[in-house]
Design a protein around this ligand. Structure first.
Ligand SMILES: Nc1ncnc2c1ncn2[C@@H]1O[C@H](COP(=O)(O)OP(=O)(O)O)[C@@H](O)[C@H]1O
Ligand SMILES: O=C(O)C1=C[C@@H](OP(=O)(O)O)[C@@H](O)[C@H](O)C1
Ligand SMILES: [Mg+2]
Length: 171
């Protein structure tokens, strides 16, 4: 078993993918993102999985992707924003160093507007983001060993804060 050195959770736009990549480089370890694993396995982008097979199927693929990475990725692992919805995933995270990246609505919506499409935010992104955050905040807190605020910070500054929160030394 080779567990991740740290796992990033948080809502869309909190910077899990971006900061995760930066942290992996700083620590000299590999980076993995369950969204990319799911897309590789399904052979299509996430919006197409949602359209063709629906969200419940995507969530099944997501639990499997987290299970595989939690057992076999000795580096930094970024999850999708909704991964914590599955009880099975929360159980897989129980003994791992998990950082909840926090962000407020305005910054999150600004950030995701610049990026790859997220099917859950395709219609009315502000209201959808607020709703999903209200439902998920307790779940992010449940799995987190540390909480890092990202508001007004660059991805590099967020990476600094994560390393400090977990008392990890860059390579
Ligand atoms: N701290 C930050 N400040 C400014 N922009 C950011 C920050 N973190 C991420 N971004 C940008 O926001 C967008 C979404 O980031 P991403 O890492 O994909 O978030 P997540 O994986 O949490 O949804 C990307 O365009 C990224 O470059
Ligand atoms: O919040 C969610 O339910 C989702 C977040 C996305 O990942 P990011 O949080 O990396 O954007 C991706 O997994 C999918 O679009 C669903
Ligand atoms: Mg991401």
């Amino acid at each position: 078993m080779t567990a991740p050195v740290l796992v990033l959770v948080g809502p869309p736009g909190s910077g899990k993918t971006t900061v995760g990549r930066e942290l992996a480089a700083r620590l000299g370890v590999g980076f993995r993102d369950t969204d990319a694993d799911i897309e590789a396995l399904a052979g299509k982008p996430i919006p197409e999985i949602f359209i063709d097979e629906g969200e419940p199927h995507f969530r099944e693929l997501e639990v499997a992707a987290v299970r595989a990475a939690a057992a076999g990725h000795p580096g930094v692992l970024a999850l999708g924003g909704g991964a914590v919805l599955a009880e099975a995933t929360r159980a897989l995270l129980a003994d791992l160093p998990v950082v909840f990246l926090e962000v407020a609505l305005a910054d999150a919506v600004k950030r995701v507007g610049l990026d790859a499409p997220r099917p859950l935010l395709a219609v009315n992104p502000r209201a959808s983001w607020r709703e999903l955050m209200e439902a998920r905040r307790p779940l992010y807190l449940e799995v987190a060993t540390a909480v890092v605020a990202t508001e007004g910070l660059t991805p590099e500054q967020v990476a600094d804060a994560v390393l400090e929160a977990l008392e990890l030394q860059p390579k």
